[in-house]
Design a binder for this molecule. Structure first.
Ligand code: ZN
Length: 507
């Protein structure tokens, strides 16, 4: 009898695996099509590509929400629960069941309407931003928010409606928990930003270049290769908005944005490398399952920020890489020594645009959006009053006046695409990056020397073993706790930022 049960279970598990492998393949095909759209597709491809992606999206949804998948999961539940929690099989069954429950709750008509409103919203937003005309954007925003309310209503009531939106990006994290972390950041960072504003500025005059773009490409690759970028498994391309994508563990694609008057491409490239490495180092055992790859946006961002800021803006890093970098741009950097360069790339200065913000002020851009999103859902702010609410908070948190809506409430694409609950993950990533950094420094006491020697394998291996290989087996906070022994805590990050500010500004 037991033998027959085991055989039935084995058959169901093999069938579930096969179905999830098909879904994983289809999702990767969608990623390649989307990469192609953003990197090499001629503009004329936009319409057919939208149809192709919509068809794929529908197919993936139908395959995954099929009754048969529900039946298999039902049959496998007690088997999964009988296995160790951290086994690949138990995790696959458990996470697939969570994904399935969630996917089944949203009617296909609403999913289609959300996609349509997002696409229309983005088109309107591009124009509204170009003309700095919030009134033009308002109807699309109203539609997106209305649909988000309908989406929330598909689920069991949560402690706060925002929890349901946040869960899509940072599974199992509550709004109250995020608020507690952010209130602590705000309490410390607002006075720091004020103090820095009154201190003598750091010289950053040479960071406006010109840095010829062809030379930047070579310089970036010369840095990425020792970090782990290998041309047989990775690609680097230019795009207006940097991103990382992949079609498998051994096909990782990152992009960056080159501008002659700054070094954004360099740091964005290192940032996207961090995202790519997280996917690249997921366990081969989980390959072609739906639990391969990064577990959440927050943890993903912790990896990109770790490489961008904790590695890429550190002294040992520039002791390694500055000399060849300086030689590539002799006219701009010829008289700038490594210490001056280090200080400039770490400078802190309040600015209007989130994606250009420094390590300290960046978080206030995120907290501002997080607070406004909650006010919107709670009905505490009328959508038409958003520009004033935005501008008032920019003054309060960063001490700067917003000249127009293009540089204010209209600057980010997210709300135009109905993406609400996403912004907090950027700062959660910052916070977790320093917790992870502190833990790995304890295990790798020679890390600074290794970085200065251009040896990044120990760092990559630590990240792979502690975080990357687990894929989506655990919740984001479980993943963090297994890696470093504690869940999210803003104190290490605050210590790190205060250290930087004291070093650069003496405050
Ligand atoms: Zn990122």
């Amino acid at each position: 009898m037991a033998g027959r049960m085991a055989a039935a279970v084995e058959e169901s598990y093999t069938e579930l695996e096969a179905r999830l492998a098909r879904i994983a393949d289809l999702s990767r095909i969608a990623r390649v099509l989307s990469w192609d759209q953003q990197v090499i597709m001629p503009p004329g491809g936009a319409e057919p590509r939208a149809e192709q992606l919509a068809t794929l999206g529908r197919t993936i949804h139908e395959e995954f929400t099929a009754e048969e998948v529900g039946r298999l999961l039902e049959e496998l539940r007690s088997y999964g629960e009988s296995l160790p929690y951290d086994s690949d099989e138990a995790s696959l069954i458990r996470v697939a069941e969570q994904d399935y429950e969630k996917a089944r709750r949203v009617p296909p008509e609403l999913t289609a309407e959300l996609a349509r409103a997002a696409s229309l919203g983005q088109q309107v937003w591009v124009q509204a931003r170009a003309e700095s005309d919030f009134a033009k954007f308002l109807p699309a925003l109203e539609r997106n928010v209305e649909l988000k309310r309908q989406y929330i209503d598909c689920f069991e009531p949560a402690e706060e409606p925002y929890d349901i939106l946040l869960d899509d990006y940072e599974h199992a994290m509550s709004t109250a928990h995020v608020r507690a972390v952010f209130d602590r950041l705000k309490e410390e960072l607002v006075p720091i930003i004020q103090a820095v504003a009154e201190a003598p500025p750091v010289d950053e005059s040479f960071l406006v270049g010109p840095f010829p773009i062809e030379l930047q490409k070579e310089a970036l690759l010369a840095i990425l290769r020792p970090l782990g970028f290998d041309e047989t498994q990775w690609r680097l391309d230019p795009t207006p908005h940097p991103f990382a994508s992949y079609s498998g563990l051994t096909d990782i694609r990152i992009t960056t944005r080159y501008l002659e008057d700054g070094l954004m491409a360099l740091f964005a490239g290192i940032h996207e490398f961090g995202h790519g490495l997280y996917e690249h180092q997921s366990s081969p055992e989980l390959d072609r399952t739906t639990i391969s790859g990064g577990v959440s946006l927050g943890l993903h961002e912790s990896q990109s920020r770790l490489w961008e800021n904790l590695v890429g803006r550190s002294r040992p890093f520039w002791r390694r890489f500055y000399e060849p970098f300086q030689r590539a741009f002799p006219e701009v950097l010829g008289d700038v020594d490594v210490e001056a360069f280090y200080r400039a790339v770490n400078r802190i200065r309040p600015s209007l645009i989130r994606v250009e913000a420094d390590q300290v002020t960046y978080n206030m851009h995120v907290i501002l959006r997080f607070e406004l999103e909650q006010d919107i859902l709670a009905g505490n702010v009328e959508l038409r009053d958003l520009p004033e609410a935005w501008n008032a908070r920019m003054q309060e948190y960063l001490g700067i006046d917003v000249p127009d809506d293009a540089h204010g409430v209209l600057q980010d694409v997210h709300w135009s695409a109905g993406v609400v609950g996403y912004f907090p993950t950027y700062s959660l990533g910052n916070v977790m990056s320093v917790q992870i950094w502190e833990a790995l420094r304890r295990d790798l006491p020679d890390l600074d020397d290794q970085i200065e020697a251009g040896e990044f394998a120990p760092l990559r291996e630590w990240l792979r073993d502690r975080i990357h290989r687990h894929g989506r087996k655990f919740t984001p906070q479980e993943t963090l706790e297994r890696a470093i022994g504690s869940t999210i805590d803003p104190e290490p990050y605050l210590r790190y930022l205060k250290g930087k500010v004291a070093e650069l500004y003496g405050v």
